[in-house]
Design a protein around this ligand. Sequence first.
Ligand SMILES: Cc1cc2nc3c(=O)[nH]c(=O)nc-3n(C[C@H](O)[C@H](O)[C@H](O)COP(=O)(O)OP(=O)(O)OC[C@H]3O[C@@H](n4cnc5c(N)ncnc54)[C@H](O)[C@@H]3O)c2cc1C
Length: 333
Amino acid sequence: MDAKKEIWVFAEQENGKLHSVVLELLTKGRDLAEKSGYTLCAVLPAADGAPLQQELFNHGAKKIYALTDPKFTEYQNDYFSKAVSDLILAESPSIVLYGATIIGRSLAPTVAVMVYGGLTADCTELDFDTEAELLLQTRPAFGGNIMATIICPDHRPQMATVRHNVFKKEPVSDSESGEVVEAAVDISDVPERMKKLETIEEMIETVDLNAADYIVSGGRGIGKPENFEIIRGLAEALDAAVGASRATVDAGWISHHHQVGQTGKTVCPLVYVACGISGAIQHLAGMQTADLVIAINKDADAPIFDVADFGLVGDLHEIVPEFAKQLNAIRGK
Ligand SMILES: Cc1cc2nc3c(=O)[nH]c(=O)nc-3n(C[C@H](O)[C@H](O)[C@H](O)COP(=O)(O)OP(=O)(O)OC[C@H]3O[C@@H](n4cnc5c(N)ncnc54)[C@H](O)[C@@H]3O)c2cc1C
C-alpha cells in the first residue's frame, strides 16, 4: 500500500461557486494535515476552474489538481467519476474527502468502486491516528444509537463523505498560494448515457435553515402545534429561522423542512435557541456546532444544558414571549 501522503478534498462547484462544504473540509483538512504531516490538496474538475483556485488556497489547499474539460460545466456522474478515479489511480493519494451533498453522495461511491477503495458515508467527525497512520471516520450507526469510528486499514485511498455544516469554514488568510497541477483528463470515450433535457429551478423553501445565522427551535415541550406561534414570535424578534425537533415533526406539528438533527438538517448558526427540547444525541448532532446555544427548559437536568452557553430553567410559555417582548423593545420593533 504505497500511497502518497496527500489528503484530497473534492472541490464541488456549481455555476462557478464552490459549495461551502468544500471550504469546511479544507478547514478540517488543515488539522488532519498538521497531525499527519500530509499535504492538503483540492481536486477541481471544471470547464474553467481558474477563478476558484484562490479561495481553495485561502482555505488551506497547498496543491490543486485542476481537471479541465468543457464537459465539466455541469455535474455528470459518468464524466466526473471517470476523471476523478483516473486521477486517484495515477496519483494514489492516502485520503479523499467529499461533501455528503447530492453530488458527493453520487460521485464518492462510484469512485470507490472504480478504485477498489473504502468509503465511509455521512461522517460527522474526522481525526487521524498518527501511530497507525489511519483516518478515523466517525458516523452514527445502528439507527443513530451509537457513534461508530470506522477505519480502512487495507485499501487506499481512505475515502469519506462528510455532512455539510459539521465543521466550521475558516480561511487562513485572503492571499495564500500554492501549486496548480494541470492533470491529464481523458473522458472522450465515456459514453453519453444521460442527456439533460431542461433545468427546473428548485422551489425556494421558506426555511433556509442551512444558511440561517439565527435559529429558534421548538420541541415537544411547546405542548401543542398551535404553540409554534410562540416560537415564531421569538424568531421574528430575532430575524431567525424556525427549527424543530423530530418529536414535533413526527407528531405532525410542523413540516420536516424544519427538522434539525441527525435525520434532519445540520445547522451552524451564530445563535441557536432551543425551546422545550430535551437535547437527545440525535438532535445535538445537528446543532452543536452553533456558535452560541441558548436553552430554555423546565427540567434543570435536561441534557440540552450540557451544550448550552446560556440556560434558562423554567416554563417556556412564560419565558419565550417575554424574551421576544424584550428583544422587540430593544430593537425598536
Ligand atoms: C435514528 C434516529 C434519528 C433521530 N433523528 C432526530 C433528529 O434529526 N432530530 C431530532 O430532534 N430528534 C431525532 N431523533 C429523536 C430523538 O431521539 C428525540 O426523541 C427527540 O429529539 C426528542 O424531541 P424533543 O426534545 O422535542 O422531545 P422530548 O425529549 O420529549 O423533550 C421535551 C422537553 O421539553 C421540556 N419541557 C416540557 N414542557 C416544558 C415547558 N412548559 N417549558 C420548558 N420546557 C418544557 C421537557 O423538560 C423536555 O426536556 C432521532 C431518533 C432516532 C432513533
